[in-house]
Design a protein around this ligand. Structure first.
Ligand code: BYC
Length: 341
């Protein structure tokens, strides 16, 4: 790996090596600046500033964790889906989320972090994942609201990430977004059917929308004035829009779609401001958001406990895979030795 952090290695280098490393860093930085200015892509073997690598690792690993923790509220409803068709669709969606986690862990690994370390951090409660998955899925209508609102917010946030300056992340996002579109449609369709069903079913759909609306808006992150990472991430072309810009855009999309559902958003301050040409919404409870991030949301403990349990249950699979890989490697080196003899 190229010398990225001159400070960390200076002790071991001779003056000539130090000079060569400083030259490589300067050239690397110049190339990095050019690539960002051209709105082009940084690839894993390219030189990149340590802070850029750290920011990407932070965001991509959090994103990967969100995908796999996000399987839990929906997996919980697979065995209670109201028909075989709904069960098959929900299973496919939950499997897609596992796949998204895998693309994203792979993208994060290209930055030099092992998957084991990321998983250990998640299980130890040291890593973040999206606030939204710390809320309970109480009724079947929640499967609709999660698909429509949560996957809808995810698409809104992730489509611009397809153009993220880091190649493996942007490419992973293209595939993820295609699948998220299907997820959102399936959620919308569940709500549409309930909204056109019995009065009780319609009420169940409305209740789910009421409960998921504000947490979905908070998925976009804190307000811009309170978002320490946005400015630098936007300068590096990782994020393309601020948290508030995306949140406002999302509210506008939902305000139109909810009319087709025949339901309402639990926010009487949603409106299009003709002067600013932006959608607006009512106040959100940012204290609640902070509580959830601090691990004190309704389901934080349950989500982590379930993840730990799943990790323990999967130990034999990891051990078997490692034993098989070792066997294959031994076979391979034996063949190489025989070929050389
Ligand atoms: N939840 O400076 P900011 C899905 C943290 S999965 C928790 O604005 P940034 C799905 C933030 O990390 C969807 N934490 O940060 C899956 C930072 O803390 P640290 C997941 C949050 O990075 C299964 C601090 O607050 N999507 O759709 O510039 C089933 C300050 O924030 C949240 C992604 O991960 C939050 N909501 O912007 C169904 C998208 N918001 O790290 C659906 C990729 C903020 O400094 N990520 N924080 O300790 C992003 O786009 C950005 O990371 C964010 C935050 C917009 C989330």
């Amino acid at each position: 790996m190229a010398v990225q952090n001159l400070q960390s290695v200076t002790a071991e280098l001779s003056p000539e090596e130090l000079e060569a490393a400083a030259r490589r860093d300067a050239e690397g930085q110049a190339n990095f600046d050019r690539v960002i200015a051209d709105d082009s892509r940084i690839e894993p073997k390219d030189w990149m500033p340590a802070a850029y690598r750290k920011t990407l690792l932070r965001q991509i690993s959090q994103h990967a964790h969100s995908e796999i923790i996000g399987m839990q509220p929906e997996a919980n409803w697979i065995s209670r889906a109201p028909s075989l068709k709904r069960k098959a669709i929900l299973m496919a969606k939950v499997q897609d989320e596992a796949g998204h986690g895998l693309y994203l862990y792979s993208a994060a690994e290209t930055l030099g972090q092992s998957r084991d370390k990321m998983m250990d951090d998640l299980i130890a409660g040291k890593a973040r994942y999206s606030s939204i998955f710390n809320y309970p899925a109480r009724t079947w209508a929640d499967m609709g609201a999660i698909g429509w609102l949560v996957d809808g917010a995810a698409i809104c946030n992730q489509v611009p990430l397809c153009r993220a300056s880091y190649g493996p992340y942007g490419r992973a996002m293209v595939r993820v977004c295609k699948e998220e579109s299907f997820h959102q449609r399936q959620g919308f369709e569940i709500l549409l059917e309930l909204a056109n069903g019995t009065p009780e079913q319609k009420q169940m759909a409305q209740d789910a929308v009421d409960r998921w609306y504000a947490p979905a808006l908070m998925m976009f992150g804190p307000p811009d004035d309170d978002s320490p990472n946005s400015r630098q991430s936007m300068a590096w072309n990782i994020k393309r829009f601020s948290n508030d810009e995306l949140r406002h855009r999302f509210v506008g999309m939902m305000a139109e779609q909810v009319k087709v559902l025949g339901l309402t958003l639990p926010d009487d301050q949603v409106r299009f401001n003709e002067e600013t040409k932006k959608w607006e919404h009512g106040p959100l409870d940012w204290n609640e958001f902070k509580e959830v991030l601090a691990g004190r949301g309704p389901c934080n403990a349950q989500r982590l406990e379930r993840r730990r349990q799943a990790h323990d249950d999967g130990a034999w699979v990891r051990e078997a895979a490692a034993a098989y890989a070792a066997k294959q490697q031994a076979k391979q080196s034996m063949t190489t030795k025989e070929d050389a003899a």
